[in-house]
Design a protein around this ligand. Structure first.
Ligand SMILES: C[S@@+](CC[C@H](N)C(=O)[O-])C[C@H]1O[C@@H](n2cnc3c(N)ncnc32)[C@H](O)[C@@H]1O
Length: 346
């Protein structure tokens, strides 16, 4: 399969991609006010939520343009609470990234969920014409207990399923799940005889016909609550998708040999899942560290005869920053240090 990974700012890269080119988009953007990924130009550190939403709406507008008419987008987006300095930056502190960009989130909204994903969604639907088809609840089955005594632990995140048109590609059969035995028994009990329309508990043929009608022979629609544990143990990216979630999406919403886009590719979960399912992929990611995780992750697949990974250079004008453990720009430090050297000698 063909995989392309662009290193750069998502809005700039999207601007270079042609209209109507992807069958499916699945992504999780950086949420507002939650993490500092340690790069200049990252999304999520805007000084207020309005500015963040304004910026992300530019991205979603571009995503609608590059999505095929019969394409589907899955957008996973969590939230944060007002008033706290910042959210979960354990990973960042450990890796030495600077969190100096973080300001305290609005005090007047102290303890209040910001509802960032729903504010964004409403704008996307009202002003950009996206059609919301589902709000899937990703129930994180391995969520941590949490220290809170005055509220429940957040154990799920929504995933919005959005389309551009009323007709779109969706292969439900590919993701059906087995019926529960109790449902099959209920269907059998409720069946009517196909012969005379009356109940006939002993007619095997009518049992089969009715059970197939009430319980689809290929299995049940999985519904909009997905119980999937978070992440893979060896993945160092702090906010990576579980492979299983992406696989369900791709099986249902991307035709074989189609192409999927993740405009915030992170560690490359969408790329790995697409390779496994024989789907082409394109990813965009700003962080050189995440690009490297993604590249290493794809190495085992690159000896397959038809699999290629092309990593495209940063888009022109994008400044790469090599940060040291305290967040200092190493290239700038090196240039200054070189200037102080006593040569060229006169
Ligand atoms: C929630 S993570 C995505 C994780 C990914 N789904 C995975 O499975 O690893 C969001 C990603 O967006 C990237 N990012 C932040 N600002 C960006 C920008 N302006 N352009 C492109 N990527 C950006 C971050 O570096 C981060 O890796």
């Amino acid at each position: 399969m063909k995989h392309k990974l662009y290193q750069g700012d998502t809005l700039r890269v999207l601007g270079c991609l042609p209209d109507n080119s992807f069958n499916c988009i699945i992504t999780s953007p950086p949420y507002w006010g939650l993490r500092d990924y340690g790069m200049k130009g990252q999304i999520g550190l805007e000084e207020n939520l309005e500015k963040y939403i304004e910026r992300v709406l530019l991205v979603t507008k571009e995503l609608k343009r590059v999505l095929k008419k019969d394409g589907v987008m899955f957008w996973n987006h969590g939230d944060c609470y007002g008033g706290w300095k910042r959210g979960n930056t354990h990973y960042l502190n450990r890796s030495g990234h600077s969190d100096k960009h973080f300001k305290r989130l609005p005090r007047k909204k102290f303890k209040s969920l910001m509802l960032q994903q729903y504010r964004l969604l409403i704008d996307m639907v009202d002003n950009q014409g996206w059609i919301p088809r589902n709000i899937i609840i990703w129930n994180k089955t391995n969520h941590l207990p949490g220290p809170w005594r005055d509220r429940f632990t957040n154990s799920y995140e929504p995933v919005f399923m959005l389309t551009k048109s009323k007709q779109y590609h969706f292969n439900l059969d590919a993701v059906r799940v087995p019926h529960k035995q109790a449902s099959i028994e209920r269907a059998k009990r409720n069946r009517k005889s196909s012969v005379n329309g009356s109940r006939d508990p002993y007619n095997e043929q009518s049992i089969r016909i009715s059970a197939e009608k009430d319980c689809h022979p290929r299995g049940k629609n999985p519904g909009d609550v997905w119980c999937i544990s978070t992440g893979q143990p060896h993945n160092k990216h702090p906010a990576h998708f579980p492979l299983k979630l992406v696989e369900i999406v791709l099986k249902a919403a991307c035709p074989p040999a189609g192409e999927v886009l993740d405009p915030f590719m992170g560690s490359g979960t969408v790329m790995e899942a697409s390779e496994k399912l024989h789907i082409n992929s394109t990813g965009i990611e700003l962080s050189p560290g995440s690009i490297e995780i993604n590249r290493k992750r794809m190495l085992p697949y690159l000896n397959r005869p038809n699999t290629t990974l092309e990593i495209k250079a940063p888009d022109p004008g994008h400044e790469i920053k090599l940060l040291d453990e305290s967040g200092n720009n190493m290239i700038k430090l090196l240039k200054n240090w070189l200037k102080k050297l006593p040569w060229p000698r006169k």
